[in-house]
Design a protein around this ligand. Structure first.
Ligand code: ZN
Length: 405
């Protein structure tokens, strides 16, 4: 059995203890002490880290009445050691956990919403509620929670027997409790059963900031940051907004309007671009057809196109094949790859799926197709002009005797 000092004093940063057990474990050694200041994971709060006799503790877990510490090195049995807590990590957990109690209390008070899940991760915390919230409700919830923070309510720990629990008005009571039960109460605010570590006065939470919200399983998942995390989030958000304001040469409060204006301009530019590309592809098609090679009845067009984006290639190939009895094979460069598109006119006795295999073989690329259309890409860039000539030659021979319906 381990005496759990953190249950009575969250601010106790070190203690002397005796090593009762030390066993080799998968990722170090599992050490049991007669008492500890290190909190094991539980109730949504992660474990503490610290040192025992100067040796790093990398995980702490609870097993029945015992607290098991995972250390990097073994410790001698019955030795008296100093147990030391990583205070910065612990205080962060205290700010988040006490913040979560106040947020949950405010949600119950304002909207009758019940907290049905709490998760504290290294960089964020989430609380799940059994009802959805609007944006306006989130703002009200944040305001009320921070009012409770600024009221600097005392945070009290009470231990009562389970039989006396009905005398207390609790927001939430954990399931499966027996024997002595621990209650965390903030007179004038929250009260619920809890095994976690908390600040002494709510003012130490600093601030509670909702950083995200999403409808989740018929309720709401709220991501929040308290204390130092809220400050870090606000600083990061300011940094991003400042950078945007610099880019737009505007004030921080005008960034949203500047982004909306840019977005409108971009949509208009995209529409113009599409129209211009469409017109350009008509001219390119005319030019390519005029200089196309003929094999028997079939026009063979094998070309590299650098005036159009890759997504326009299919449209150009279709335009080229419209007059009938044509094979169009077009290449273009996009980022680090070369894309190719192959198109046969309707009625040409050829299968694009088969023809594209010859392109794959010649370029070392990968692609496929069927019917009248095929496409692929390759990373190979060297001697592209020569490859295009070879492919034009190959298709001229292969399609020379083909007819068109
Ligand atoms: Zn709690």
């Amino acid at each position: 059995m381990t005496q759990k000092l953190y249950l009575f004093d969250s601010y106790l940063k070190r203690t002397n203890a005796v090593v009762l057990k030390c066993e080799k474990a998968e990722n170090g050694y599992e050490v049991e002490l007669d008492k500890t200041v290190l909190y094991p994971e539980g109730g949504g709060q992660p474990y503490d880290t610290g040192r025992i006799g100067g040796i790093n503790v990398i995980r702490v877990r609870e097993e029945g009445e015992c607290v098991k510490h995972t250390t990097e090195e073994p410790l001698a049995l019955m030795q008296e050691v100093e147990v030391e807590l990583d205070w910065q990590r612990r205080f962060d957990h205290m700010q988040q956990h006490s913040g979560e109690h106040l947020l949950s209390f405010a949600a119950k008070e304002l909207f009758g919403a019940t907290n049905i899940g709490f998760h504290m991760a290294a960089l964020y915390c989430t609380v799940d509620f059994d009802k959805e919230f609007t944006k306006e409700e989130i703002l009200a919830l944040e305001r009320r929670t921070n009012e409770l923070v600024y009221s600097n309510l005392a945070v009290e720990i009470t231990n009562v027997h389970i039989d006396a629990l009905s005398c207390f008005e609790l927001r939430k009571c954990a399931k499966g409790l027996s024997g002595n039960v621990r209650i965390i109460s903030m007179p004038g605010g929250d009260s619920c059963t809890c095994c976690g570590t908390h600040v002494k006065n709510t003012g130490e939470i600093g601030a509670v900031l909702v950083t995200a919200q999403m409808h989740y399983k018929g309720g709401e998942r709220i991501t929040f940051a308290a204390g130092h995390r809220a400050l870090a989030f606000a600083q990061q958000a300011r940094g991003i907004t400042e950078a945007l304001a610099r880019s737009f040469s505007c004030k921080m409060e005008d960034v949203q309007a500047a982004v909306e204006k840019l977005d409108t301009g971009l949509s208009a530019a995209r529409r113009t671009n599409k129209h211009l590309y469409s017109r350009l592809s008509e001219y390119i098609a005319k030019d390519f057809r005029a200089s196309s090679k003929k094999a028997g009845n079939v026009h063979i067009i094998v070309r590299f196109v650098d005036e159009l984006p890759a997504q326009m290639l299919r449209q150009l190939a279709n335009t080229l094949c419209q007059p009938g009895c044509t094979l169009a094979l077009l290449f273009t460069q996009a980022e680090d790859a070369i894309h190719y598109t192959l198109c046969c006119s309707d009625g040409l006795e050829a299968d694009a799926g088969e023809l594209i295999q010859a392109v794959n073989a010649a370029t070392g690329g990968r692609g496929g197709g069927r019917g009248t259309f095929g496409q692929g890409s390759t990373k190979k860039l060297a001697a592209l002009g020569e490859t295009l000539s070879q492919l034009e030659e190959y298709f001229s021979k292969a399609l020379k005797s083909k007819s068109c319906r």
